[in-house]
Design a protein around this ligand. Structure first.
Ligand code: NAD
Length: 474
């Protein structure tokens, strides 16, 4: 099968091709098209024209809502073929790939439901005036997507942007762009106006950098790593373009002595080993009260050692990381952990098999200052640290430059809430990692970025306020 870029309602060949690899085998899945300079320029021109014509903005809001729901239906229909493709190109389990398509569809349903509820305000200025605010679409939204959840993260920004009436250009991640083609097909089949959306694949330093520097763009939405986010913000500063950046994390779960071990282990399984730990909001640190520390480390190590590796299409318990480079980066951090005084309780090296498999890893006795406790690893690696007091736990949890999510495990409600309020994070989970969903605002503090995605709040990223002040005595 040949893949193309979706350029303003039409399918066009790539200007170059890039082999997309199956991370579980190292074999090529297909060649992805790369959008070069001229293709990006055409998408920018089409998006600008669509925004200026108001293709989506001028639709009746209820019609836009119907359109969003039609996109959701098309995504669900395409998931049957899309999920295996996503599983192959990203390495993730088939059920998780399916879950990504379901989540993408859910974003379109959710923001479709809000498309006709973007209501302004009347502001009283006395009897001689009428004053009101309206929310206008921002115009052209350029959205850059990372590889860990390409389909659902693309939908996370695309759905509210379209629901609010914008034109959008999405740049898919070069490592696993194939399934995103189906997202474009769903938009096309649902009848999104030509020009209102382009989905391009291209290299970050070329297509991505070109997009974020473009004067045609009214807004940048970036999800990815801190260094790239910083480059994007520098580009945005040049053109004074508003940018929303959702970056990395080093999120900690605080486990008090009364926490239920089974509940906790369920969250550890999902929190750090789901998607081979390649989750921005992964539970990458576990801070455990000293009185239950030894048995918790033991349970985590047993869990990690018991996970059977294999192909995502076979629903293996443990799947590969995305690339050889990512595996090498993760593995290179292991000696630093030992050097910093930690103990590898499980894993700690790549698995001896084809593909890019890092063993599920548990590192115990990690000092809060250790490199593995400070740096985002983005792999199946859990760092465990003991604490003695609540204040110490909060200090350690808050002691990185990130602040994406955090967690508290305790049966004591007062302590749970007290701790949740003191944790420096955009979202805090109590007794279940990843509690929350598409309706709950999500985003970071510090180097985890700023702005909030998901929920009603995120819709307002994609509009700007205009005030109309009318004198009645003129
Ligand atoms: P990355 O920063 O390498 O790439 C992200 C995207 O940016 C890709 O599409 C890439 O092509 C593009 N890009 C690269 N250079 C660019 C440039 N100069 N200008 C514009 N675009 C450019 O990130 P990644 O490795 O794909 O993703 C992993 C990172 O993403 C992790 O740090 C993870 O924590 C983060 N992430 C954050 C969230 C969140 O919501 N906070 C969600 C998922 C992933």
């Amino acid at each position: 099968m040949t893949y193309q870029n979706f350029l303003a309602g039409r399918w066009v060949d790539g200007d170059a091709a890039l082999a997309v690899e199956d991370p579980a085998t190292g074999q090529t899945v297909a060649e992805a098209p790369l959008a070069g300079e001229a293709t990006v320029a055409r998408a920018l021109e089409a998006a600008r024209a669509s925004a200026d014509r108001g293709d989506l903005a001028a639709m009746r809001p209820q019609a836009r809502a119907d359109l969003m729901r039609a996109v959701a239906r098309e995504i669900r229909a395409l998931a049957v073929g899309g999920a295996p493709l996503l599983s192959r190109e990203s390495g993730k389990r088939l059920s998780d790939a399916r879950g990504e398509f379901d989540e993408a569809a859910a974003y379109f349903d959710y923001y479709g439901g809000l498309a006709d509820k973007i209501e302004g305000k009347h502001i009283p200025l006395g009897p001689d005036y009428v004053d009101y605010t309206v929310y206008e679409p921002v115009g052209v939204s350029a959205q850059i997507v990372p590889w860990n959840f390409p389909v659902s993260l693309a939908a996370r920004s695309l759905a509210p942007a379209l629901a609010a009436g914008n034109a959008v250009i999405v740049k898919s991640p070069e490592l696993d762009p194939l399934a995103m083609t189906l997202l474009a097909r769903a938009l096309q089949r649902a009848g999104v106006p030509e020009g209102a959306v382009s989905v391009l694949n291209g290299l970050g330093r070329e297509a991505g950098a070109r997009l974020v520097a473009a004067p045609e763009v009214d807004q940048i939405v970036f999800t990815g790593s801190v260094p790239t986010g910083q480059a994007v913000l520098r580009a945005a500063a040049e053109t004074v373009t508003p940018a929303l950046v959702e970056l990395g994390g080093k999120s900690a779960a605080v486990v008090f002595e009364d926490a239920d071990l089974d509940t906790l282990m369920h969250s550890v399984r999902g929190g750090i080993f789901f998607n081979a730990g390649q989750v921005c909001s992964a539970m990458s640190r576990l801070l455990v009260h000293r009185s239950v520390y030894a048995r918790t480390v033991e349970a985590c190590a047993a869990l990690a050692k018991g996970l059977k590796p294999g192909h995502g299409l076979d629903e293996a318990e443990h799947t590969p990381v995305i690339s050889a480079a990512q595996l090498a980066r993760i593995e290179a951090l292991m000696p630093t952990a030992r050097h910093d005084g930690a103990v590898i309780a499980a894993g700690g090296a790549r698995l001896d098999r084809p593909g890019h498999f890092m063993a599920p890893t548990v590192i115990a006795d990690v000092l809060p200052s250790a490199r593995v406790a400070q740096q985002e690893i983005f792999g199946p690696v859990l760092c465990v640290t003991p604490f003695d007091t609540e204040a110490e736990a909060i200090r350690i949890a808050n002691g990185t430059e990130f602040g994406l999510v955090a967690g508290v495990f305790t049966r004591d409600l007062s302590r749970a809430l007290r701790t949740a309020h003191r944790l420096r994070a955009g979202q805090v989970f109590v007794n279940e990692w990843f509690a929350g969903g598409i309706a709950t605002p999500f985003g970071g503090i510090g180097k985890s970025g700023f702005g909030r995605e998901k929920g009603v709040e995120a819709l307002y990223n994609y509009v700007r306020t205009k005030n109309i002040a009318i004198a009645l005595h003129g």
